[in-house]
Design a protein around this ligand. Sequence first.
Ligand SMILES: *Cc1c(COP(=O)(O)O)cnc(C)c1O
Length: 481
Amino acid sequence: MICSVTDNKLSIEKSDPGRRGLWCKNPLRAKAKLPAALLRKSPPRLPELAEFDVVRHYTRLSRLNFSVDTHFYPLGSCTMKYNPRFNEEAAALEGFAALHPLAHDTCAQGTLELLHDLSARLTELCGLDAITLQPAAGAHSEFTGLLLAKAYFEARGENRTEIVCPDSAHGTNPATASMMGFTTVNLASKPDGRLDVEELKKHIGPKTAVLMLTMPNTLGIFESNIEAIAKAVHEAGALFYMDGANLNALIGMVKPGDFGVDMMHLNFHKTFSTPHGGGGPGAGAIVCSKALAPFLPVPTVKKENGRYVSDFGDGRSIGKVKAFFGNTGVLVRAYAYMLAHSAKEFGEIAVAAILNANYVAALLKDLYPAYSKEYCMHECVLTPGADMTAKGLKTLDIAKGLLDRGFHAPTIYFPNIVHEAIMIEPTETESKETLDEFVAAMRDIHDKGIADPQALKDAPHTMPVKRLDEVQAARQPNLRW
Ligand SMILES: *Cc1c(COP(=O)(O)O)cnc(C)c1O
């Protein structure tokens, strides 16, 4: 059976009764004696295909995808970064991969030592005191952090019901707050994209539990008033939460604990090179101050008399947010990445992330003005120029034009506070050559779009599906194209 590029049949439609993949009989199958009551009455309705048909079917489907291994993926805010193959080797080591989750501490010393050392290095990098590695991703870490805040205020006999989020926050911040039953107080940013400290002071008080601040914020800007922000939050008796998902912009250069952060989360898939995991099985962490440490999920790992042991705390823990120590296989990868860098090299990661974003912004600014006139951090937020807008060309058209040129489209229409936003995060692991190709593609989109606007409005022209009605596609997905 031939799987051509235009082949759009489902595997069940390719099925040919009686066709089989295996040439040899499975010896186990012949021996298995299941009770008759458990046997199917009729064979399952599965595609009947030869092994080669299956391999080609799925390989063809996989090649229709964009991925970090095949394409530049400049997604703003939710970095898709290179996953070093060395990490995979480390995670596959039998001692880690084959460890039973219920193994006694005495039989799991290697893994416990790794978790202990990873914890120590991360708290050091963040300038904080304690950590949990249990959460499965960034948003799950936010959930964990707000559980800590609840437990902390409950223990103090305080009833605080509000979470303050600036409009430059990542969308998961207010979403987590309302999921946890808090009232979200939205703060408008200043025209330069930063949090307005005076505005903040007006909105915090005895009801405020937490300020959740995305740093750098979703405009790719560093909150230079960070110390004044922390002071105002603490004067109101509230906690200062930093969304550190994009710590790759700061790592090794500053320690958030130094500017007054009480707790923050990390995304291992954004800063520590682990695979994204499509919403899990990923890994995140909450790193926090001494005051919050007693409430952390259990177990954590401590060292006692030269041995590593599970620490179940003193009864004040919020409990568990994930089984065992979290997704340990992912944590092994993050640890391998950490060991591959010295402290000085961590600073270089942040420099490269910032340099790459500014390089792209500088080479595009004549055609795609940046929202911020300042240097950005790890990502830049651009907009279509006035000449494109005059021709009715929108950010969506630019994103579709990128697909035709072999680039995954960046995040668009986010942050919401920027009209027609295109948010680009090249990440620290991309070369100058790749960035130059991307810039050339963006400039080509501009030139061709101005010359023939309709052609760009009809893009993509080279993808299996053309321009979709995105709302309808999300609400009534037609998976058959
Ligand atoms: C990605 C991201 C999150 C959410 O993290 P997930 O791991 O996708 O759940 C939260 N905040 C910021 C700033 C992010 O970039």
